[in-house]
Design a protein around this ligand. Sequence first.
Ligand code: GLN
Length: 487
Amino acid sequence: MTDIFKSGIKNIIKGINKKDYSIEEVVNHFIQKVDALDKFNLVSEKTYDEAVTLAKKADTKSMEERRPLEGIPIAVKDIFCTIGNKTSASSNILKNFIAPYESTVTKNLKDAGAIVLCKTTMDEFAMGSASDTCNQGNVINPWTKDFSNPLTPGGSSGGSAGIMAASGTCFSLGTDTGGSIRQPASFCGVVGIKPTYGRCSRFGIIAFASSLDQAGPFTKNVEDGALALTHMVSYDNKDSTSSKEKMPDLFKNLKSGIKGFKIGIPKQYDINGIPAEINELWHRGKKKLESLGAEIIDISLPHTKYALPTYYIIAPAEASANLARYDGVKYGFRSGQKFEDLNEMYCKTRGEGFGKEVKRRLLIGTYVLSSGYYDAYYLHAQKVRRKIIEDFNNVFNQVDLILTPTAPSDAFVIGEKVDDPISMYLNDIFTVPSSLAGLPALSLPGALSNNNRPLGLQLIANTFREDLLLTGAYALEQEINFNSEPL
Ligand code: GLN
């Protein structure tokens, strides 16, 4: 059973069906793996008892009763409500919150037979790029070699990305608002997919910035990503922005190659000051696509440089409205200090319950929405967002996919950027534009950096073209043949 995971989800299912091992054995195997990862602080809650009970039950099912992901162990970012489990978004304000209902995405996966092994640690309320704002301490990247200088797994879905790097489950779930699936995937050497906005229901996902939040999977390879994503998406009338657009069959052309594909290379992503090795990786990616028969086309996305400031107005604005619900009355934590009136109770509860980065976002968000500044900041940012969307609309008349680097660096040492929020925000420079435009995008491992840490390449497709995205990624993945492991 030692290499069971590495053969991919489809083969694990085959082995179960051939009775090479039982589902209970598969689950126990991964439980041991997750336990061996404790030192990386990837997991916020283990749900083993429930998992083993479900595995035993699944083992009694006949072949006809088996569902497509029957018995497949997964890890879930602690931002998805999973009924009866602690769901805290790594925040003290939700420290003891037990979800009374199930998110649609996890329900879909459970209905398909997947078994949740654990919830994963993350940046508080998904705000961050280093998984260093979690209430249970920093999350550590399994690629760390020197524990006196531990590496960040990226953020905000650092626990879910890290657990995949270490092959701790068959796949894991993250959310991506401005890059929180793709950037940690890049730092951890795994595949991370953010589907089109509206593909995965947001119901039961603790809200950060509602016009941007999207769920997606982390996997070891593109094919597993296609499988995981297929069972996550659905139209959901409990989410008003859920899309009714039918998901194309992600397997139909997955392995048909990319001959004749037109791949756009946006000149604005060639940014001054980005390490040379990132540009080299991008260049090599381009050459590989070309060798696979794709046509490379230089494109222009003129409003790219405004994407980061636009995001850092819109996301905090939406967060400040979404997080207003944590007031010590309706949810979770209430301060134990004495208070004279309701306002003082709110202040003490929110003051103690939220961490520094969340407070910073709430201050920015409240400021840009306040009456004197709304037009100057929020309204303006919305107009720029429209321009960014138009840029993409224009280029998707000419190209099938866009290739860029995923992040401006490899995994850095935890704490390196903690006193410099702007340099932390720069992590999102390549991922934020497609988030603002609601486009599907993914990161796949491209190479190792000079420091021997993974570097990711990003592909972006037009709205609802996850099929093209995955076909492109599969072809590139075969050509790159990244097979380095952290442990
Ligand atoms: N790093 C970005 C931020 O801090 C993105 C976070 C995310 O996608 N959830 O806002």
